[in-house]
Design a protein around this ligand. Sequence first.
Ligand code: NAP
Length: 287
Amino acid sequence: MTAKVIDGNALSKQLRAEVTTRAAALTARGHQPGLAVILVGEDPASAVYVRNKVKACEDSGLLSVFDKYEATLSEAALLARIAALNADPAIHGILVQMPLPKHIDSGKVIEAIATHKDVDGYSVLSAGELMAGLPGFRPCTPYGCMKLIESTGVSLKGKHAVVIGRSNTVGKPMALLLLQANATVTVCHSGTPDLAYHTRQADVVVAAVGRRNTLTGDMVKPGAVVIDVGINRNDEGKLCGDVDFASVSEVASHLTPVPGGVGPMTITMLLVNTVEAAERAATQADA
Ligand code: NAP
């Protein structure tokens, strides 16, 4: 079997076109969606991520407010800025780019963002909403993975899904979203003694580890859907995921590439969450 490659760029383009249409409709009603992006410090990778997020907003007709601060910014000043954005009706989503300088407590910062503007879905309240099946905001990367799985046409109902990784931002919310879609879910981690035992039984595997070649073809059930969240570098310095693409594509039915799979979906789902936040605010304002 040669796996069908799930094209994250194409799906992302399609979803962004929908975001653009929804944003235009809101703007026409006087409720242009607005995302505030905060960057503290000079981390070059963070600067690139933030630039991409701001550009994506502008391309889809969202208002973007970009606050760039020196690494010496105090925690109190950052919290005060978040409080102002929480109260600003033109802003529907607030994103603070991680990592923050060491003197700032990132947990405190995330919890300071109003839950109805937490479009990254990282706060404890957003995590609780996801766990309870309430309509909050889903963390963007696992939400994007769900869209990628959905795009294959394979129903998750009654399927066995194995998530490799249990981080608060990817693995755990991924498992909850799969559970919500009626899959039977197994979560593996660094303490799982025989990873292959679990993955070989899986109809769907989501790898979110951060170590290349974690999943190889001999660990995959024929016909499985495989989603590769990992971002790593190979010996030649090229981007690669957690999945050995060559061997897994011989066994899986569908597989995401790296780059061009999960990566483009993460920013797209941030836009989707922001438009959703703006639609909820507009409905309340117009009621
Ligand atoms: P993380 O916080 O480091 O979590 C990694 C998880 O993998 C942990 O739960 C760890 O288990 C588990 N793990 C480590 N070694 C393992 C092994 N040998 N077998 C099974 N599980 C193992 O990383 P993360 O933030 O979730 O991110 C995971 C990867 O996705 C990274 O490469 C990251 O760069 C990438 N990522 C990509 C996007 C995107 O947009 N494409 C977004 C976010 C993250 P323990 O809990 O036991 O330590």
